[in-house]
Design a protein. Sequence first.
Length: 204
Amino acid sequence: MSVIEMSVTLGILSLVLVILLTFLNQVMAVTVRSENDSLLERNGQLALRTVTEDLRGMSQTTLTQCPPSGQPSWPTSLDNCATFRVYHDNSNVTTCPYSVITYALYQGALMEQRQDYALVSGACSSTPTTSTRTVLTSVANSSAQPLFTYYDNTGASISTSSPPAGGVGGSVHSISVWLAVTYTGGSSQVSLKSIAALRNADTR
């Protein structure tokens, strides 16, 4: 084989190798992105389940606006931030133990703050620390995509800007939760929704 023939052969092999490596790189990139998007969607579903489980157990009359203690920058509207109590006994008595829970959309994330209370020497006392955590990132709800929508016992939505007498909490029987999660690269979103019917509506 002459030098020219060898050079041509090596050139062709190099070109084929570059094409193969480029193809493999694109396949890997698509695979990784698909896996990341699937993980993000699963995390979104898990976050949705966490929020709705807490909402189902809330005491409707304890629903209040934000921000919670120590988080002055969190939104104040009940559309995107809500604080409420969940009592942990098996009766309708509003006593210890209970948790004060807040969920809010803040800087592209779903945040949770929780303060637990328990009976200590006959008195209802809070735990030493308040836990705050990020439940889900890559959340991009617009102004037309409220985190929470409230409904009364007839299924009619309750206005948070003009609440009924007694406030939203006194009338709410179910709450819709909406998470708009942005996929990798921010090119598209997945819309996750669920509705929580309050187990303790009108009982405490």
